[in-house]
Design a protein around this ligand. Structure first.
Ligand SMILES: [Fe+2]
Ligand SMILES: [Fe+2]
Length: 250
């Protein structure tokens, strides 16, 4: 089967073709779909409290739209299970939400920095998924990516608003310390076996370490230049992979 793998083109596998695919491919795809079914719902529940925490009606409205879209992501990936005739709840019971949501969102500053940094990391993942061979997943990822960019945009405006006052500045600083590490770990471990298999099947193109390095370069420039906080040039001064594949990461 190894050679056929090379020939899988983005979007080349339809719903009808799915059951004919290699069992390993099917399992990887269902694992990723399930990750989103579970985590988009859990994430939306976590975000919901931020609607009332938002400082202005404008931010409340944008936050409410974000929450709505996150529930929409859950429903969108769930429909991929439905069209394969699979019971999403049964799958959902097998796996917990992504470890990104283990850290609690406790304030508005937490929420906007999460959107600016952690949703940004999710967007980096979706940019891989839009190349994936299974068409329904590719399409769902494309639609989701567009909305994730909007969430990152809300995060960036929310941070900018907070940075106008000293107290907000301090809150943002603390939230950066908290969420940057979550963003970095969300890419999974260095040298990941899981990532190798995803790449073999064309579901991902880049290694976890390359994706993380590109992400750090981007957030480093935002945090140091746009927000004006210090950050080491070398990511490893903040975070080092222990090389262990985490079950609740990509
Ligand atoms: Fe989402
Ligand atoms: Fe999002």
């Amino acid at each position: 089967m190894q050679n056929t793998v090379e020939r899988l083109k983005p979007g080349s596998i339809s719903v009808g073709d799915f059951p004919k695919q290699d069992p390993e491919f099917q399992e990887l795809m269902l694992n990723l779909i399930n990750i989103h079914v579970v985590s988009e719902l859990y994430g939306a529940d976590c975000f919901e409290q931020s609607i009332l925490r938002a400082p202005t009606p404008e931010f409340k409205m944008r936050m409410a739209r974000t929450v709505m879209e996150e529930y929409g992501h859950h429903l969108r990936f769930r429909s991929l299970m439905d069209e394969l005739g699979l019971d999403w709840e049964e799958y959902a019971r097998r796996k917990g939400h992504l470890s990104t949501f283990d850290t609690p969102l406790e304030s508005w500053a937490d929420q906007v920095v999460f959107l600016a940094l952690v949703d940004r990391a999710a967007a980096h993942q979706f940019r891989q998924f839009v190349q994936s061979p299974y068409e329904p997943f590719r399409k769902a990822s494309q639609e989701t990516l567009k909305e994730e960019y909007g969430h990152v945009g809300l995060g960036m405006s929310g941070v900018k608003h907070l940075l106008q006052e000293d107290i907000g500045r301090e809150q943002v600083k603390a939230a950066v310390d908290k969420w940057l590490l979550v963003g970095l770990q969300s890419f999974g471990s260095d040298g990941s076996k899981k990532s190798e298999v995803y790449r073999r099947w064309g579901i991902k193109q880049d290694s976890n370490e390359n994706m993380r390095a590109a992400y750090y370069e981007q957030v480093h420039s935002i945090i140091t230049q746009d927000w004006g906080f210090g950050l080491p040039k070398n990511m490893n001064e903040l975070w080092i992979s222990d090389g262990v594949d985490i079950d609740r990461a990509y």
